[in-house]
Design a protein around this ligand. Sequence first.
Ligand code: ZN
Length: 81
Amino acid sequence: MTCQELLDLLHDYVGNELVIESRTTVEVHISGCLQCGTLVHAYTHTVRVARALPKCNPLPAAFEARLRAMIEPELKDKPAE
Ligand SMILES: [Zn+2]
């Protein structure tokens, strides 16, 4: 596995959504690659902190509409995940 391949799987790995074979491959890579090990550690920590945050109130409708109008052109160009 290359570092790029690990990056592609990072989100699913941290979310615990990988099949066991992919998980093992990721773990083998991490144990031998300091750079990816650090990255996975930081990413896992960030996800945990974000999940522990209290839920905020919904945005005011007018603000949300403006925000969506701003970001949607950006999202359109990207391939769906
Ligand atoms: Zn790596």
